[in-house]
Design a protein around this ligand. Sequence first.
Ligand code: F6P
Length: 319
Amino acid sequence: MKRIGVLTSGGDSPGMNAAIRAVVRKAIYHNLEVFGVFGGYSGLIAGNIKKLELGSVGDIIHRGGTMLYSARCEEFKTKEGQQKGIEQLKTKGIDGLVVIGGDGSYHGARALSEQGYPCIGIPGTIDNDIAGTQYTIGFDTAVNTVIDAVDKIRDTATSHERTFIIEVMGRNAGDIALWAGLAGGAETIIIPEEKYNMDEIAERLIKGHERGKRHSIIMVAEGVTTGMEFAKELEEATNFDTRVSVLGHMQRGGSPSAFDRVLASRFGSRAVELLLEGKGGRAVGIENNVVVDHDLNEILSTKHTVDLGIYKLSKELSI
Ligand code: F6P
């Protein structure tokens, strides 16, 4: 292996730049040449590939977004698209590829690996919804962004004695809602992995109100329903003054936390090692603070599970 490539794909997440930096520097440390593929799989098909040097990744470790840009690419789901991508890599003499992204990006990496082109996946998504790893790059930062917003919303909620519904991202996973809900002291957390009972929620809010609570925060994961829909339901069950905040894409931006920078550096380094060991079709992850790797087939056929212990705890602490 003499030359490797790196790309970011799907929804960006804070810490992707730190992962790119780690891949580039680790590769150069091992005397490899590194190429950046700009614009995800669309950029790969178009041959938007440039050599990266040590300095190309200077001053990016603290930046959100991705210096390689990202895209969601329909064409790459087809065999023809994948073949075009492989041709582009071969033309440049690139022998292996590191793909940083989520579930969709892993499908692309697996397809290339199945066609004999070695790819290693690095989990980069704020959703934390990838199997084979306890944390994905960007999740910690997104949770911190959400609790920053929750703390601010709490101030105004208390002043006006209001109930706030905060809708957060996560696609079909409840991790962001759960972690930010517990860390932000939410009274109720609504996640796709657990059914909710509106009567029980209303009863708890009313009891809290009677005890003198001046505000309530309810965290709703987008995978369950919208904040607006939930608020309608809640207003029918109580007569509380309710407001909705949809945090949206601000959750995807911002400077990565120290945790995400360290995680990204460890993942980037291990991904390069795997290519150097002649491996492909694998993805890195972290389990009990040890960097591990798994077969992409295994990861893509395993459902991510949310930590229900945290869910139970949040219920116990918000009585
Ligand atoms: O996967 C990351 C994510 O931000 C999800 O949480 C969200 O559902 C989705 O991407 C939004 O996608 P887009 O940026 O394409 O609107």
